[in-house]
Design a protein around this ligand. Structure first.
Ligand SMILES: [Zn+2]
Length: 605
C-alpha cells in the first residue's frame, strides 16, 4: 500500500512537472481531481494553486488545472470548483466534541441564531418534530449578546413555543430557564430542590421567573437530572454532530474529555469508528473524574492504551484537561495539590505521554510552570507536546518558559463571548493584548486555535477566525489592538497545522501538499479576500476527509458520500464495479447514491 502510494506520488509529480502528458498515466488515475479553484495550500510559502488530485485518501498532485486533468483515469471524478476557494481542513485544538455529540441528536442548538425570535422558532420546530411530552433541551452555546433583542427568553415565551413539552434552556454554567412542565418533571418546587448552591430566580415582587441561578456545580448537577439519550441516539448524535462540524470546514478535533465523561460515554464514538462512520479525525485525552484518585484512574485507564494508540481517524493523545482537581482552574493551589500534580506529571513524562491542562490567569500560571520545569529536569517533557489551554493573558515571560519546555498553547475565542466581562475584570490595557497571538508566534510557541465548545462557546471556526482578525465580541465591541492581531494567513495556519501539532500530526495534515492526508474544504466565500465581517458567515460547500466527500451542499450536494462505508476506492474495488459506475453515481439524480446503501457496506468491520 505504502509502496504504491509512493510510486503514484512520484509518477504524478513527474507527470505534472513534465507538463506534456498526453493521456492518463494510469488506467484508474486519481479518485478525485478538483480543478479551477483557488487552493490555499497553507504550505511553507502559503502558495495558492488551482487544482489538486487525491487518491487512496492522500494528496497525489497539486498544480494547474490543465495538467492535473491529464491525470484523470476512467474512474476519476473531476470536480469543477468554478473559482471557489479551498483550504486545508480546519482542526479545533480544544473542543469537547465527544461529549457534545452524545446529545446532539436530542438537543436544540441556538448557535448562530441572530435573534431571540429565531431561537424560539427552533424550539417550536423541535417541539413539533418530537411531539408532546418530549424534552426540549438547549444546553448552552449561546448568549443574549448574539440576539438583536439583547436578552434571554422568558418562561412564557418558552411555554408559547412548546406548550406541550418540558423545556430546559441553559446559559453558560450559571443560569437555566425551565418551563412549568420541566419543573414538574424534575420535581422542583422550591430552593431546597435545586442542586448545590442553586436558587430559584425571582423578580422584583418575589415571584419565581422560571430561572435557576447557580454556579458550575449547580448547573452541572441540574443538567445531570435531565433524561439521557439512548445509546442509539448518541451514535446518531455523533454522526450528526460531526457532519455539522464538517459543514463548517472542520476535519479534526483534539478532544479533552470533560467532567462526567465515563468510559461508557466513549462507546458511541467507538461504535461510529468501528462502523467507519467517523467523518472527523479525533485525538482524545482522558480526564480524571474523582478527586484524590486521579493518578489511580490514569493508571487504570491507560494500562492497555499506550500514547498514540489508534489510527488516523481516532487516536489516544494523553491526559487532561483536568490533570489533578487541586490544580484545575485554581489560582491558589495548596502545597498538597502541587505535590500531587507533580507526581502525576512525572508519571506522564516517564511514560512519554502528552498532557494538557486549563490555566486561566497569567498571574498564577507560574505555579504550574515551576512544576513542569522541575519534572523536565528529572524526565524530559520537551517533545511530549504538553499544552496549556486558555491563558488568554499570557505574558511574554510565560510564553518564553513554555517555549523552553516545548509546551504548546491551545487558545480559544473565549473573548468573543466573554470580552465585555474580561474588560471589566482586567481593564482596557490588558484586553488590548488578549490573546497575545503575535507575541507567541514571535517567541516561537506552538499555538493551536479553537473554541472550547460547546456548553460555553460556539463551535463555529469561522466565528473564531473572524474574532482573531477583528477582536470584536459577539456584542460588537472591538477590544484587541493591532499589535496582537494576526494576519489572515497566520490565523488560518493556527487553525490547521497549528492545531495538528497537538495531535502529533503537523507532518501529515493541516497543509495541502503531496503525500499528506486529503482533508480539505471548499468554501462559500474566499476567506483571504472577503471583508473581515463576512468571515464569520463562511461555510463549506464541500468537505473532504481522507479523500471522502463527507459533506457537500449547493452545486455539489449530490456528491456527498454516504458516511456509512469505506472510502470510494475500497467500495469500488470490493464490488468490482467497472468504469461506468462513477458516471452513474455522480451525474445521475441524487437518488442513485443508493447504489451503495449502508446495508451493503463492503469491508466494514
Ligand atoms: Zn475545555
Amino acid at each position: 500500500m505504502k509502496d504504491s502510494i509512493a510510486r503514484f506520488v512520484t509518477a504524478a509529480a513527474l507527470a505534472v512537472s513534465a507538463q506534456c502528458v498526453t493521456g492518463p498515466a494510469w488506467p484508474q488515475g486519481p479518485d478525485t481531481i478538483l480543478v479551477n479553484g483557488k487552493i490555499i495550500t497553507a504550505d511553507e510559502r502559503f502558495s495558492v494553486r488551482d487544482a489538486i488530485a487525491v487518491r487512496d485518501g492522500r494528496i497525489v498532485a497539486i498544480g494547474g488545472s490543465a495538467e492535473l486533468r491529464k491525470l484523470a483515469g476512467r474512474n476519476t471524478r473531476v470536480v469543477d470548483l468554478k473559482g471557489r476557494t479551498a483550504i486545508p481542513g480546519l482542526i479545533d485544538s480544544h473542543m469537547h466534541a465527544i461529549r457534545a455529540a452524545l446529545s446532539y441528536a436530542t438537543e436544540v442548538n441556538w448557535i448562530g441564531a441572530s435573534s431571540l425570535s429565531e431561537a424560539l422558532a427552533r424550539v417550536r420546530d423541535a417541539a413539533r418534530a418530537s411531539g408532546p411530552g418530549a424534552w426540549i433541551i438547549v444546553a448552552g452555546g449561546w448568549t443574549e449578546q448574539q440576539f438583536i433583542e439583547r436578552r434571554r427568553p422568558t418562561q412564557s415565551e418558552l411555554v408559547a413555543a412548546a406548550p406541550d413539552n418540558p423545556v430546559y434552556v441553559q446559559l453558560f454554567y450559571g443560569w437555566a430557564m425551565l418551563t412549568p412542565a420541566a419543573f414538574k418533571a424534575l420535581s422542583i418546587t422550591g430552593d431546597a430542590d435545586v442542586p448545590p448552591r442553586g436558587r430559584l430566580e425571582r423578580d422584583a415582587s418575589g415571584i419565581p421567573t422560571g430561572g435557576i441561578a447557580g454556579d458550575t456545580a449547580t448547573i452541572t448537577a441540574l443538567f445531570a437530572r435531565l433524561p439521557k439519550p439512548t445509546f442509539e441516539q448518541s451514535v446518531d448524535g455523533t454522526r450528526k454532530f460531526f457532519r455539522e462540524l464538517n459543514r463548517l470546514a472542520l476535519t479534526g478535533v483534539i478532544d479533552p474529555g470533560g467532567f462526567g465523561m465515563t468510559p461508557r460515554d466513549y462507546l458511541p464514538l467507538f461504535k461510529a469508528w468501528q462502523d467507519r462512520q467517523l467523518t472527523l479525525r479525533v485525538a482524545y485525552t482522558v480526564f480524571a473524574q474523582t478527586r484524590g484518585r486521579e493518578l489511580e484512574e490514569y493508571r487504570n485507564l491507560t494500562q492497555l492504551l499506550p500514547m498514540g494508540f489508534g489510527d488516523d481517524m481516532l487516536r489516544f493523545n494523553g491526559i487532561g484537561e483536568n490533570v489533578a482537581w487541586g490544580m484545575y482552574n485554581n489560582d491558589s493551589p495548596s502545597e498538597e495539590a502541587k505535590a500531587q500534580f507533580y507526581e502525576i506529571c512525572k508519571w506522564a513524562a516517564e511514560r512519554r505521554m502528552s498532557l494538557n491542562i486549563h490555566w486561566h490567569n497569567d498571574r498564577s500560571v507560574g505555579q504550574g510552570l515551576d512544576i513542569f520545569e522541575r519534572v523536565n529536569r528529572e524526565a524530559p517533557v520537551t517533545g511530549l507536546r504538553w499544552a496549556l489551554v486558555h491563558l488568554e493573558d499570557a505574558s511574554a515571560r510565560t510564553l518564553e518558559r513554555m517555549k523552553a519546555l516545548g509546551i504548546g498553547w491551545a487558545m480559544q475565542d473565549a473573548g468573543y463571548f466573554e470580552g465585555e466581562q474580561q474588560l471589566k475584570q482586567k481593564g482596557a490595557e490588558a484586553v488590548r493584548r488578549m490573546p497575545p497571538l503575535n507575541t507567541a508566534l514571535k517567541i516561537g510557541v506552538k499555538v493551536g486555535a479553537g473554541t472550547d465548545a460547546h456548553r460555553v462557546a460556539s463551535y463555529n471556526p469561522f466565528v473564531a477566525l473572524r474574532w482573531m482578525l477583528d477582536g470584536k465580541t459577539v456584542g460588537g465591541t472591538a477590544l484587541r489592538g493591532p499589535e496582537e492581531t494576526p494576519t489572515r494567513e497566520d490565523a488560518l495556519r493556527l487553525y490547521t497545522t497549528g492545531s495538528a501539532w497537538f495531535a502529533f500530526d503537523d507532518d501529515k495534515r493541516g497543509s495541502l501538499e503531496v503525500g499528506k492526508l486529503a482533508d480539505l474544504a471548499v468554501l462559500s466565500k474566499n476567506y483571504m479576500t472577503v471583508p473581515v465581517e463576512e468571515i464569520g458567515g463562511i461555510e463549506s460547500v464541500l468537505t473532504m476527509v481522507g479523500g471522502r466527500i463527507v459533506y457537500a451542499a449547493g452545486p455539489y450536494a449530490q456528491w456527498e458520500e454516504n458516511s456509512a462505508g469505506p472510502p470510494l476506492r475500497q467500495r469500488r474495488d470490493a464490488r468490482g464495479l467497472s468504469g461506468t459506475w462513477p458516471d452513474r453515481i455522480f451525474t445521475a439524480a441524487p437518488a442513485s447514491r443508493g447504489i451503495i446503501s449502508s446495508k451493503e457496506r463492503p469491508g466494514s468491520r
